[in-house]
Write a protein that binds this ligand. Structure first.
Ligand code: BGC
Length: 749
């Protein structure tokens, strides 16, 4: 059962992104929830840690303090920094030996011997690649996210990495944006649940453990809303949407103890996040009581210059430090300018000490002063059987069966199978963006879909690529058609290569790249039993593909064991049970298109021209949020609400429903609970996910699933960022996608 992931808080201040409201009482407002310190330390340990931080601070020179704010990205720049400006950490350097060597220079070669913190983008694996985070979200199963985080943390820490720049928790309504691959899709609730779970799993019960890494909640904030889907682009968002849509995962990550937070490249209402005191000091540090440190995103502080908030490096450093960005990644405006800024009074000693204090706290929590070095013999250089099993299970659970007309999937292992398409022989492309940067990752190619199918098939398997991923050449299509015609079934493996999603990988057209659609149509015409498997990092427009082929299995970028997980599902050894964490539009012109939208005053009505719609495309998505089929069928029935009313001050209503496997094979269904507040002081989304549970059922078996709703599930932040729980009716929808039917309602009193 899934319950509300965060306690809404109402810390009122006068800052802008917090709202301008004064102290007016807000009905049903919860007190500001106390937030856990930066790691799971006991109070006694926290006090002794803080004493050590203060002792150190007293011994540090001004320059030694400023040096802690610098994060270098190469061994050369780190070595230079250690003898000149000072250095707080290093990132993107892998290999236990190299890490120990640079650490030795910090610990043994500097006056105070303060160890470096060593960071890396361990986004969905270090050596063992799991599915991309968007795929993990499709599992609708927090254990998948937790497994990735635990395996990643252990592999990374054993190899000398203390800190991962993950989890990424940018809620996103923009499929053109390549970085949608790195997050959990369009829903704040799902993202919040997974952000908290992942943060805890990376950090374990103690950051000092040999299998834990410090997490970094990124990117603060609203980076997933770039205009036009173009990376780094402007974001303009209302206060209510910022707090209801984009910030909840960050609040949850802080409450889960996230050691660090990374600011985002974008502006919000004209102010870049790296120079945004309202956001970083106001929301994160004051309102959420975040005690860890904030790191810039790469050269984000220096980028205040082209943004137009700073004239030069000195200005940029001033704005960044004032905003509360504690550590500067790659660029060096802090170390170059902080001393002069202090001398002139443009920044204060308190601001500098606060930043250093936060960084030292995390280093102490990580146990770096006790154990700065990593045991080189323990470095992880290859996946193990156990980590492969976890990755395979994660990939299997991420699969979403979008379409299966005539039950063409699963296919028999016998007979002649034509495996067609440019991604059938993909290796590293199966890992997707931000593939593991760990030592063994680049020498461990994932098993291809073709090889995995060959391993399971008992008949004949033939292969034709048909075309490239993105080239225009059609020369291979005839051979593919001939192979399909001669076979009993064709499996098309189509989609995007790993470079087509991720950072700086926006696409204006989110259809199948190149001539893949032509290939699919030609093959499907020759072979009616054609199934398409998709490998991709974002929602695609699949209207034409769905018209051409009877079955589509969405595999995302499924990671190291993805090929095998796909083959298992294609043959029915496993049964897909994932659901879409993001809407798939019919056409890119519909974007942004998301299930949790607000109604207009003229909601879509097919019989009325003067309602909100397009003339040239059918209404709504091709596949909605929460959609996903199975090789069996399920029925959700007998929805019961425990009460007809909920008190705004701490009441609850439990909602339960029976889910039954009505088909002939075992399978998973994700029961989903949505709410809607039909009349509110701020127009509310037509649906909001507030609970989900993935259940596995044998044929004919039923189970009752129960969700608990509290005021935290039905309230919202208003235009002044105040938490409100309003009186009135709340509609409840329970089912198997965001198009679940109305199941009942209760009244908030
Ligand atoms: C990305 C971050 C990443 C950082 C360090 C930036 O370009 O936006 O997400 O953590 O690089 O590699």
């Amino acid at each position: 059962m899934t319950t509300t992931p965060t306690t809404p808080a109402d810390g009122l201040t006068r800052r802008r992104l917090l709202g301008t409201a004064g102290t007016a009482a807000v009905a049903g407002a919860a007190a500001l929830a106390p937030v856990a310190p930066a790691s799971a330390t006991t109070p006694g340990r926290t006090a002794s840690r803080d004493r050590r931080v203060e002792q150190l601070l007293r011994r540090m020179t001004r320059q030694e303090k400023i040096g802690q704010l610098r994060l270098a990205n190469t061994v050369e720049s780190a070595e230079e920094a250690l003898t000149t400006t000072g250095l707080g950490g290093i990132f993107s350097v892998v290999g236990a030996r190299a890490i120990n060597a640079i650490q030795r220079k910090a610990v043994e070669g500097t006056r105070l011997g303060i160890p470096l913190i060593v960071g890396l983008d361990v986004i969905h694996g270090y050596t063992t690649n799991f599915p991309i985070p968007l795929g993990q979200a499709a599992a609708f199963d927090a254990d998948v996210a937790a497994d990735d985080a635990r395996v990643s943390a252990a592999e990374a820490r054993r190899s000398g990495i203390h800190w991962t720049f993950a989890p990424m928790m940018d809620v996103c309504h923009e499929p053109r944006w390549g970085r949608i691959a790195e997050g959990n899709g369009e829903d704040p609730y799902l993202t919040t649940v997974l952000a908290a779970v992942k943060t805890k799993a990376y950090q374990g019960s103690s950051l000092a453990s040999a299998t834990s890494v410090a997490a970094c909640a990124k990117h603060l904030a609203a980076y997933g809303a770039p205009e036009g889907g173009r990376d780094y682009n402007t974001v303009d968002v209302s206060i209510q949407r910022l707090h209801n849509l984009y910030l909840p995962p960050f609040k949850a990550a802080v409450e889960a103890g996230a050691a660090t937070v990374m600011t985002s490249f974008n502006t919000i209402a004209g102010v870049p996040a790296h120079g945004n005191a309202d956001l970083v000091r106001g929301v994160l540090k004051d309102r959420y009581r975040f005690e860890g440190f904030v790191v810039s995103d790469y050269t984000g502080v220096q980028e205040l210059i082209p943004h137009g908030q700073a004239a030069d490096g000195r200005d940029a450093a001033r704005e960044g430090i004032r905003a509360g960005v504690d550590m500067e990644m790659t660029s060096t405006t802090y170390v170059e300018n902080a001393a002069a800024l202090l001398a002139s009074g443009a920044i204060t000693q308190r601001q500098l000490d606060d930043a250093v204090r936060r960084i030292l706290r995390v280093k102490l929590d990580l146990g770096l002063f006790e154990e700065p070095y990593v045991d080189e013999a323990g470095e992880v250089t290859a996946p193990t059987a156990a980590t492969r099993r976890s990755a395979r299970s994660a990939a299997a659970r991420s699969l979403v069966l979008l379409r299966n007309e005539g039950d063409v999937l699963p296919i028999p292992r016998t007979g002649r199978i034509a495996v067609i398409g440019p991604l059938a022989t993909a290796t590293y492309d199966l890992n997707g963006t931000w593939a593991g940067l760990g030592t063994g990752a680049s020498t461990t190619p994932p098993t291809t879909v073709l090889a995995a199918i060959e391993a399971l098939a008992t008949g004949t398997v033939v292969h034709e690529p048909g075309c490239d991923v993105s080239g225009r050449g059609t020369g291979g299509i005839d051979a593919a058609v001939a192979a399909a015609r001669a076979a009993d079934v064709a499996v098309l493996v189509l989609g995007e290569d790993a470079t087509m999603s991720g950072e700086a990988a926006a696409r204006s057209d989110i259809g199948l790249p190149g001539v893949q659609q032509r290939l699919a149509e030609a093959v499907a015409e020759a072979q009616p039993s054609t199934v398409a498997v998709l490998v991709n990092g974002r929602p695609l427009t699949l209207t034409a593909l769905a018209a051409a082929v009877p079955a589509i299995l969405e595999a995302w970028a499924p990671g190291l064991e993805g090929g095998r997980a796909i083959a298992d599902a294609v043959f029915g050894a496993t049964n897909p049970g994932g659901k879409l964490p993001v809407s798939f539009p019919r056409s890119v012109g519909q974007v942004p298109l998301y299930y949790n939208h607000e109604n207009t005053g003229r909601p879509y009505d097919p019989d009325n021209k003067f309602t909100s719609k397009y003339l040239d495309v059918e209404d709504g998505p091709l596949y909605p949020f929460g959609h996903g089929l199975s090789y069996t069928t399920f029925e959700v029935s007998d929805v019961r609400l425990s009460r007809a009313t909920m008190s705004r001050r701490g009441g609850s209503v439990s909602v339960s429903a029976v889910v039954r496997n009505t088909g002939r094979v075992a399978g998973d269904e994700v029961v989903q609970l949505y709410v809607r507040d039909p009349v509110a002081s701020i127009v509310q989304p037509v649906r909001r996910l507030r609970g989900f549970e993935r259940v596995r059922l044998e044929p004919g078996v039923r189970r009752r699933v129960t969700f608990e709703l509290t005021p935290g599930d039905v309230g919202f932040y208003d235009g002044d960022a105040r938490w409100r729980v309003e009186r009135g009716e709340i509609e409840v929808y329970v089912g198997t996608s965001s198009q679940a039917p109305l199941a009942g309602s209760f009244t908030v009193r």
